[in-house]
Write a protein that binds this ligand. Structure first.
Ligand code: FAD
Length: 280
């Protein structure tokens, strides 16, 4: 039986962040991170676009970005390495007047919290990406401080500092049972052995509800499939343009490398599940 102060289940960016912050608060803690796969970052983290935005419609989400933004812009200072953050901006567009009214309310909330977002008329969008067809749009919003970073780089940044403070990362350790004493969690079991700890943090991402079920807790978190595609470099596209989100469909378009374009979205009618086959 291995003992720890805290067990973190899941070696994605959230598990890495939790471990990093625990050890930043108290480097004397024994923190063990258990990852099911042979290496960390194999889940959603390494698939993510890396978008970082302030443009949300709820105060909680806006405040979360305000708190986390310096981790991207000042990564070198904090982690001793960059996370490739680029403030290319996010542009939200819509062809629907009611949706535009909602965007205006969100921008008002964002600005009240100190975010430098603003409403844009279709005619004001052309300088951001001349190839954008705006004829059917009624408007949108833009924040030039939004951007993107390298999610896997951020994961490794968290882990490298946390490892320096004593974090133990154990890969190939899938949690198969959560041990309890009364109402309290007392540890976990993997196929290889048992771990005891008074605190277990569920950072299993799209599998978080499965860990919850092992502990007898029904977590209201379900995974939804998202698919992305990347083009060859497109002549005529600038090296940098905003990440553009069509609010009416959820479809987004993003610069990828030199002049290539990444596009993606989530089919909102799809049922939750772990199927990762490509079907479009
Ligand atoms: C295509 C795509 C694009 C995205 N774009 C963005 C974006 O632009 N901006 C943004 O903010 N977010 C984006 N996301 C979402 C982002 O990827 C996730 O929110 C984030 O990576 C979640 O991190 P996580 O650590 O919670 O999950 P994960 O990275 O999935 O990590 C969970 C880990 O838990 C492990 N695990 C699972 N079960 C067990 C078990 N029983 N025992 C031990 N380990 C276990 C898994 O193997 C995995 O490594 C995108 C996601 C996708 C798929």
């Amino acid at each position: 039986m291995t003992t720890a102060d805290v067990l973190v289940i899941g070696g994605g960016v959230i598990g890495a962040s939790v471990a990093y912050h625990l050890l930043e608060q108290n480097p004397r803690l024994r923190v063990i991170l258990l990852e099911r796969e042979a290496e960390v970052g194999a889940g959603a983290t390494s698939k993510a676009t890396g978008g970082v935005r302030h443009q949300f419609s709820t105060e909680a989400n806006i405040r979360l970005t305000l708190l986390s933004y310096p981790y991207f812009t000042r990564a070198q200072e904090r982690f001793g390495r960059p996370v490739d953050f680029l403030a290319h901006g996010y542009l939200f567009v819509t062809a629907s007047p009611p949706t535009l009214a909602g965007v205006a309310r969100s921008v008002e909330l964002q600005r009240a919290l100190g975010v430098r977002s603003r409403m844009l008329a279709p005619g004001e969008m052309a300088p951001l990406l001349p190839a954008l067809v705006t004829a059917d749009l009624v408007g949108g919003s833009f924040c030039g401080d939004d951007g993107s970073a390298d999610p896997y780089g951020l994961l490794q940044a968290f882990l490298s500092v946390a490892r320096g403070r004593g974090l133990e990362v154990r890969t190939g350790e899938g949690v198969v049972a959560v041990e309890k004493g009364g109402q309290r969690v007392t540890g976990v079991r993997t196929a290889r052995g048992a771990y005891a700890a008074p605190i277990v943090v569920d950072c299993a991402g799209p599998h978080a509800d499965e860990i919850g079920a092992l502990a007898g807790v029904d977590l209201p978190s379900k995974p939804f499939k998202r698919q992305v595609m990347v083009t060859e470099p497109l002549p005529g596209f600038p090296d940098m343009f905003p990440l553009i989100v069509d609010l009416d469909t959820g479809w987004y378009v993003h610069r990828q490398g030199a002049s290539a374009v990444l596009m993606g979205g989530t089919d909102k009618d799809r049922q939750p599940g772990h199927d990762t086959t490509i079907d479009w």
